[in-house]
Design a protein around this ligand. Structure first.
Ligand code: BYC
Length: 470
């Protein structure tokens, strides 16, 4: 399954054997490159130490080297095909996985692929100006690595649209480059992808919380009966883990630096010493976690029940679940709101699958909090960070419209409005964070508000020339 780099579009799907498809994708390629030039990273660079996929096998799949970003070889890489693969859930359980799109599921599958595809370029757009304020060359390189791979993930979805959905697939592929994050006229589809990522604290929170939604959604699409989608997602997940590593260790290093300055100056407010106060970090957690919870859709969803029954979207770790994988007679308890109070209700399990996935995600998010609190504990500090209640600050699902504190108490709108500034980043918090965002492009140097990483990339030291800024 090695990748053919002699082709104009690197791929491991024998693209040259289907001239029509190859031509269609080659005609989309300039649109993609045009989008990258106008909506991609704004900082001019000569080259960046990037990894490029070489094969999709388990070990040593990537090559590292300095590359001019516009010459990055975006391509189409699917995980290896298992010719024996069977559908593992839903009404087609036990049947061979589909190599083509069944007519009756065409529009649902296209919708899921378009939603997934839409998030990828959206995140590049959100992050496009961050290069101007990078805390180190190491971090700058990681930002660009994330950006080029999100670009590749767009290619992954565009390949599926072109190869399996005919003319409307090609139209959707064009439209993916026409919607833009935060645009009034043509915004991105999901809420979190229209929010700003104006500073590096937001970037690390985004890669921790929002990329992690990506991990879970891709994990469910990897279970799909539509085999090309499954294989695409399997390889995307491999790339995705670096993005979450960037988020996790980015926040580790911010908390470490904050704790260090709090101890050194014996203060709760290390802001004047060039750090980000814990209270601000907590507010950013509150914001990014809750907008990411919205990405799981409603607690009760007929869409998700239909996707599961059809076999097009499974559950996280479907094959490890100890049930019949059809869920026809199972029930689940999901969140509800009754007379303005948070409660729960029992519903058919199929309708509750968005919350099933959200629950897996929440448990995973907790791991970060444990890590960051360990950093505080090791510094001898009594403060702790926490995830807010899942009903706090929600716009999608049963909690939308309810006013709930981070501790989970329902309050009036007036009370919520008075206190919101203690829970979510205020203009003052954002201004302080932005004031710290001074670029550091010198090898081996780092900004005041973040600790250096423990290790460099691919065995290189921290002071390696990861990026040559133009
Ligand atoms: N914003 O039945 P419901 C990633 C709509 S991130 C706006 O509860 P469903 C990445 C919904 O469309 C992963 N609208 O929703 C991360 C529906 O509309 P219709 C991206 C929303 O369909 C970082 C209505 O509300 N992938 O990869 O069960 C960097 C009723 O909703 C939202 C996916 O999301 C929202 N947040 O679940 C780069 C996977 N939520 O039908 C990349 C594909 C719901 O009434 N998507 N609505 O017009 C899906 O599986 C599902 O569409 C969703 C929603 C989970 C998003």
């Amino acid at each position: 399954m090695s990748i053919d780099y002699a082709e104009r579009i690197p791929n491991n799907v024998d693209l040259h054997e289907d001239r029509r498809l190859q031509r269609a994708l080659e005609s989309w390629q300039p649109s993609f490159l045009g989008w990258w030039q106008t909506m991609g990273p704004t900082l001019p660079t000569e080259d960046v130490y990037l990894r490029t996929a070489m094969n999709v096998g388990r070990e040593g799949w990537a090559h590292f080297g300095h590359v001019a970003m516009k010459d990055y070889r975006w391509g189409i890489f699917l995980a290896e095909r298992d010719g024996e693969r069977k559908i593992s859930f839903g009404q087609h359980k036990g049947e061979p996985a589909w190599q083509k799109v069944p007519g009756e599921y065409r529009s649902d599958l296209r919708r899921l692929i378009v939603i997934q595809g839409d998030t990828e370029p959206a995140s590049v757009e959100q992050q496009r100006n961050l290069g101007a304020t990078a805390p180190s060359l190491y971090d700058l390189r990681n930002l660009f690595q994330v950006n080029v791979e999100e670009g590749r993930h767009l290619w992954a979805m565009v390949y599926l649209l072109h190869a399996y959905f005919g003319r409307d697939g090609r139209e959707e592929a064009e439209a993916l480059l026409l919607r833009n994050s935060g645009s009034d006229d043509a915004p991105r589809i999901l809420g979190a992808f229209n929010e700003e990522t104006p500073d590096w604290l937001s970037f690390f929170m985004f890669t921790y919380f929002t990329d992690r939604d990506g991990k879970y959604q891709l994990g469910t699409l990897k279970e799909s009966a539509f085999d090309p989608l499954s294989r695409t997602c399997e390889f995307m997940l491999k790339e995705e883990s670096h993005h979450m590593f960037v988020g996790t260790t980015g926040i580790d290093r911010i908390v470490e630096r904050t704790a260090q300055l709090m101890v050194e100056h014996d203060t709760d407010d290390p802001g004047p010493y060039g750090a980000i106060p814990l209270s601000t970090i907590q507010k950013y957690i509150n914001f990014h976690y809750t907008v990411s919870l919205d990405l799981f859709g409603g607690e009760q969803s007929t869409n998700v029940a239909n996707y599961f029954t059809a076999g097009i979207k499974g559950r996280w770790m479907e094959e490890r679940r100890k049930d019949d994988h059809t869920l026809l007679s199972d029930s689940a308890v999901v969140d509800a709101v009754e007379d303005g109070r948070i409660s729960s209700t029992e519903i058919p399990a199929l309708l509750g699958l968005n919350q099933d996935l959200r629950t897996e995600y929440v448990a995973d998010c907790e791991n970060g909090l444990t890590r960051w609190n360990r950093v505080l504990e090791e510094a001898g500090l009594p403060q702790r960070l926490a995830l807010p209640h899942r009903a706090f600050n929600r716009r999608v699902g049963v909690f939308a419209g309810l006013h709930v504190t981070p501790a989970g108490q329902v309050v009036s709108k007036e009370e919520w409005d008075v206190q919101a500034g203690q829970w979510l980043p205020t203009d003052t918090d954002k201004t302080h964070v932005r004031s710290l965002m001074q670029p550091v492009y010198e090898r081996g140097k780092i900004a005041s508000w973040i600790a250096p990483p423990r290790n460099g990339i691919n065995g290189k030291p921290f002071d390696y020339d990861y990026v040559h800024v133009a």
